[in-house]
Design a protein around this ligand. Structure first.
Ligand code: CUA
Length: 338
């Protein structure tokens, strides 16, 4: 039974790699396509060279056996094979130089294309924390159009996006393989990554630098959508949270405001203004909670609030002391924050 469980788990992991939400082999942005081109060029050139080496080796082995079997006479210094070998070596050297020139030129061209900067249509600041992502949409021309969210990045398809990367604690790495290569987020320093997504879809990003206990559960959802869908999403996100009028959600808003939650989390439009944990203003518009560790629904929210350490051992969020009734009300409130 245990072996069957292990095989099933292995299959699930293998299949999750095939659903193409987190793979550099299915590029969905200009930058990842450039990287894909150089990757394929390197694979082809190096694969061709490797094949030639193996063919040479096979030929040498075959020739040595053949000679052992048929020709035991000692060779003289004036062997006719030597000029042939020096020609072969010269040809081989030429081929290696040619291969290196092709790879160097390809790398240079890809590097230039990645460095080419189009004026960004969207500016976002992503700040890494142990173990979640703070996401701040910025609008220099009209700061009222800026807003904060967490763990889910929305990008309009076909528009150049500039993402500023920072860290609040240790070094992390921003990596959404379908869109671009890796870029580190370093405390005290700001890095820039530019992405022009070309295909709509849901992609998975993953912190790619070991950053502590829950490094593996530091995921980022990236939604690339049409400009209309993005604008509608943005218009909703800019709004402060709606205050529920009555029922469990209203009681939950009260319980939330009176609990320790407000010391770390922010909900715009309420007194909750903490910045050391994810902004919850529109939590119910997101697919996951706990930086991709769990899907978002009533059950997972209740379980997470009851005992976060069970799902992410070492996480900074403590278990919140709430009665069962209060917890259900807080969950109803959080689920109303769409
Ligand atoms: Cu953050 Cu690994």
């Amino acid at each position: 039974m245990r072996a069957r469980g292990v095989i099933a788990a292995g299959l699930a992991v293998a299949l999750s790699g095939c659903n193409r939400v987190q793979t550099m082999l299915d590029p969905a942005a200009d930058e990842s396509r450039s990287i894909d081109h150089i990757w394929r060029l390197m694979l082809e050139v190096c694969g061709f060279m490797y094949l030639l080496v193996l063919l040479g080796l096979a030929w040498a082995l075959w020739r040595a056996r053949h000679r052992l079997a048929g020709d035991t006479a000692p060779r003289t210094a004036a062997s006719p094979a030597e000029p042939k070998i020096s020609h072969t070596l010269a040809g081989w050297t030429g081929l290696i130089v040619l291969g290196l020139v092709v790879l160097t030129t390809g790398s240079f061209l890809v590097d230039r294309s990645l460095a080419r900067a189009a004026a960004p249509a969207v500016s976002v600041k992503v700040t890494a924390n142990q173990w979640w992502w703070a996401i701040e949409y910025q609008d220099a021309a009209d700061p009222s159009q800026g807003f904060v969210t967490a763990n889910e990045l929305h990008l309009p398809v076909g528009k150049p996006v500039e993402i500023q990367l920072a860290s609040n604690d240790v070094i992390h790495s921003f990596w959404v393989p379908n869109l671009h290569g890796k870029m580190d987020l370093i405390p005290g320093r700001s890095n820039l990554i530019r992405i022009t997504p070309r295909r709509e879809g849901l992609f998975r990003g993953q912190c790619a630098e070991f950053c502590g206990l829950q490094h593996a559960k530091m995921a980022l959802q990236v939604v690339v959508e049409s400009t209309q869908a993005y604008d509608a999403w943005k218009a909703r996100q800019i709004q402060p949270a709606a205050m529920p009028a009555a029922g469990d959600a209203a009681a939950g808003a009260q319980a939330f405001a009176n609990s320790g939650c407000v010391l770390c989390h922010a909900i715009r439009g309420t007194d909750a203004g903490g910045t050391t944990a994810p902004d919850l203003t529109h939590l119910a518009s997101r697919n996951t909670i706990a930086a991709g560790a769990l899907p978002r629904n009533q059950g997972t929210l209740a379980a997470w609030i009851t005992d976060p350490q069970r799902f992410k051992p070492g996480v900074n969020m403590p278990a919140v002391p709430l009665s069962n009734a209060q917890r259900a009300q807080v969950v109803a409130y959080l689920e109303s924050l769409s």
